[in-house]
Design a protein around this ligand. Sequence first.
Ligand SMILES: Nc1ncnc2c1ncn2[C@@H]1O[C@H](COP(=O)(O)OP(=O)(O)OP(=O)(O)O)[C@@H](O)[C@H]1O
Ligand SMILES: [Mg+2]
Length: 285
Amino acid sequence: MSDAQSPNLPSTPESGATNTPATAEVVSGARIIAVTSGKGGVGKTFVSANLAAALTRRGQRVLVLDADLGLANLDVVLNLHPKVTLHDVFTGKATVEEAIVRAPGGFSVLLAGSGMVEYSRLTPEVRNQFLSVIQSLAPQYDVVLLDTGAGISDVVLFSVSLASEVLLVATPEPTSLTDAYAAIKVLAMQQKRQHVRLVINQAARPGDGRAITGQLQQVLDRFVSAQAGRPLRLIHMGDIPADPYVREAVMRRQLLLLQTPGCPAALAMAQLAGKIESTLLSPAA
Ligand SMILES: Nc1ncnc2c1ncn2[C@@H]1O[C@H](COP(=O)(O)OP(=O)(O)OP(=O)(O)O)[C@@H](O)[C@H]1O
Ligand SMILES: [Mg+2]
């Protein structure tokens, strides 16, 4: 795949005045990881929730923040019915502590409201409030996972900019890979990212993810690195196989890791957590 071969690639804004590449640098404390994607529906929320459960099991203090501000659905996947959301914190009706709830996997979550059109645009207020919530919470955790929206809108890119690490979820489908490429390109150009971590979800065969990462890397080397002025390295973090137990867990609003811990996708998720812990959360990382 390349720019030339993919005439339908979305154009990638190169001068995103609303995104400061250095936002993550003003947040100290927990390792902040944005779980994001180019295309929607590829498994970000599923990965965020189950990765959080797996990291909690390994002894990490984990917070998942539903950063898909207008179209939140982490609460649905976790079967939580929040009385207080990030919206109440942003509007001064509640403190951030009041908005944090404990998820079934033992980790903390900060849920957003759904259907709120005010969060479809990045305003200075949303920006500042979002940043101050993250700054106040980060010191209390080892890792904060931001379950972001899909794509390259201002709001998504701003939430990603709060993270020091990007975990980009893609499936092997060509549409997902084209959108992943577009998102990575924007992250390289606007946020000056030097690396992006990839998880290939709904993989059909072992080895899928490694091959896909290699192909995407070649296209990036050819079309993005020179433009960005530096190479962007893709780091393959793991593959999650397509597994019917995932859908079953979502339908029951249960965490896969609690419902069927021995199924292939749950085992892959546990492996991903081990890799994240050893590469990003250990004292030497
Ligand atoms: N490994 C998998 N095997 C089988 N089905 C999966 C797998 N991962 C995700 N799914 C299916 O994909 C659906 C969408 O996943 P999820 O809601 O996590 O995506 P998302 O990227 O968060 O979507 P959005 O962009 O709307 O936030 C799940 O409800 C589940 O049915
Ligand atoms: Mg989601």
